[in-house]
Write a protein that binds this ligand. Structure first.
Ligand code: ZN
Length: 485
């Protein structure tokens, strides 16, 4: 671990004047007051170093958040003042990886500590088995009150899907597809749960899943990062329309999509700010571990596609990970080592002082990293995709791939064609120059690492529940862009 000095603009949670002018101007009165309250709180952040063991967990997942569009990760636009403030007082993991490039397998890994091969949730037709132990179940068994608010219908509570395992209350009413702006509703429901939790002395787990940065990319004019229109685009086309134009979109049009995406991130970040204000208001901030991360990134034609689910390149699997925990707050800290989101569940157990004896996780806890020890850092992390579109409509490719990401190199294997790609992430961060033929010894070494990790993940793997999708679910998947139009 290193204690790094972030750039001056990131060092203080005080926001630049241009942001203030540009954003506050457009906010309605109540939201302006809320944003101001956050600003005042953020400016007054007192390093809350405490030796006390945290009691509660606030686990925030922002769907489809690329690490490089977050200010704390070096984005040159102020998309994420709230997340940046959390990173400033907490621990930021510079190289964190999701276990999969789409929601279901990735979130399942995050809440079980198992790679997709271990929990079996690979396609939309698989559900997490009741035999899989989730973070919520572990905590509820120890007296925690557990609540979840999710806005992606893929992880809503449905028979056989398994994501609600262990929750006293699990709400999915904000999962209404792409043209529904869900951040305010998610935040309100999460605040309601938080206030309810605060009425008793029991510790709590609150899982909050935001969705707005996920396509369709919508305008949030009050944020004002994007012009009204560029070329053929004005922020109203859905993902299928954009994909049909993908090859002919100009660079300026792609940049416009990224502007819209940044607006969605900022809008979501403000919702997280409201939630954290209430965490302080109910007096739980100093006893709560806050985790902010994402289930996967997003591709803006980096490798010829728009969206996610089909490849394992960095823009899809590398994600932000920020942990702000009592006892670890104060100086900004950056962990440069590779970590997998599979580590989040064991890390939370460690931070809460819960004995991990008897539980099986595929990667170790990050608590040592947070304390400055690097002994347990994995040399490689695994990512997997086994995406099979329901009904196999024409024009939508299946994707069965495994990748091993190392400090410098990444190797991706297509499980159907057996094609192998090898990239040098230092020399070629865009992954355009495949070295698999030029570097056979390195390729073979990484293949062995891949097999070793897959072998470990297969041991004790729990088969998923297989489920038939209803017409309504297939329609939802189509609307989500996972099935061809
Ligand atoms: Zn997702």
């Amino acid at each position: 671990m290193t204690t790094a000095d972030p750039p001056a603009s990131k060092r203080s949670p005080v926001l630049p004047r241009s942001w203030h002018r540009g954003v506050m101007r457009g906010l309605p009165g109540a939201r302006r007051a809320g944003a101001l309250a956050w600003l005042i709180l953020a400016t007054a952040l007192i390093p809350a170093c405490s030796d006390s063991t945290p009691r509660n967990v606030l686990l925030i997942v922002v769907d489809t958040l690329r690490w490089d569009r977050v200010g704390a990760y070096g984005h040159d636009r102020n998309t994420s003042p709230v997340m940046d403030a959390l990173a400033t007082e907490g621990v930021r993991f510079e190289r964190a990886y999701a276990s999969a490039p789409w929601t279901m397998p990735s979130v399942a890994s995050l809440i079980t500590g198992l790679y997709p091969t271990g929990h079996g949730v690979m396609t939309a037709m698989t559900g997490m088995s009741g035999k899989v132990l989730t973070l919520a179940e572990i905590l509820r068994d120890r007296g925690f009150r557990t609540g979840g608010v999710v806005s992606n219908h893929l992880i809503r509570s449905r028979p056989g899907r398994g994501f609600a395992q262990g929750y006293d209350t699990y709400r999915g009413s904000e999962a209404q597809g792409h043209d529904h702006v869900s951040t305010p509703g998610v935040t309100n429901q999460a605040i309601e749960m938080l206030r309810d939790f605060a009425r008793t002395d029991a510790p709590f787990l609150l899982f909050v899943h935001y969705f707005d940065p996920h396509f369709n990319y919508r305008r949030h004019p009050e944020v004002d990062f994007a012009p009204a229109r560029v070329g053929r685009l004005d922020g109203r086309r859905d993902i299928h329309q954009l994909r049909s134009l993908l090859k002919e979109l100009s660079e300026a049009e792609i940049a416009f999509l990224l502007d819209l995406y940044d607006e969605e991130i900022f809008f979501t970040d403000a919702g997280i700010g409201r939630l954290i204000e209430v965490l302080r208001e109910v007096g739980a901030y100093d006893s709560t571990v806050i985790v902010v991360t994402s289930d996967h990134g997003e591709e803006f034609r980096d490798h010829g596609w728009l969206g996610h689910t089909r490849t394992l390149y960095q823009e899809l699997v590398r994600v932000p990970l920020i942990i702000s925990a009592p006892g670890y707050r104060g100086e900004p800290r950056v962990v440069p080592e590779l970590v997998s989101l599979v580590s989040i569940t064991p890390t939370l157990l460690d931070l809460l002082g819960i004995d991990r004896e008897g539980f099986r996780f595929h990667e170790s806890s990050l608590e040592g990293h947070m304390r400055g020890e690097v002994g347990d850092a994995p040399a490689f992390v695994l990512t997997e995709v086994g995406f099979l579109p329901p009904g196999m409509p024409r024009g939508v490719k299946r994707a069965f791939k495994k990748a091993i990401v190392g400090k410098r190199y990444t190797l991706i294997r297509d499980e159907e064609t057996r094609k192998i790609e090898l990239y040098d992430l230092e020399a070629d961060p865009g992954e355009t120059n495949d070295l698999s033929a030029a570097r056979p010894a390195l390729r073979d070494q990484l293949l062995r690492e891949l097999e070793a990790r897959l072998g470990r993940a297969r041991q004790g793997a729990i088969p998923p529940d297989l489920r038939h999708l209803s017409e309504e679910e297939i329609e939802s998947l189509r609307a989500l862009g996972y099935v061809g139009s």
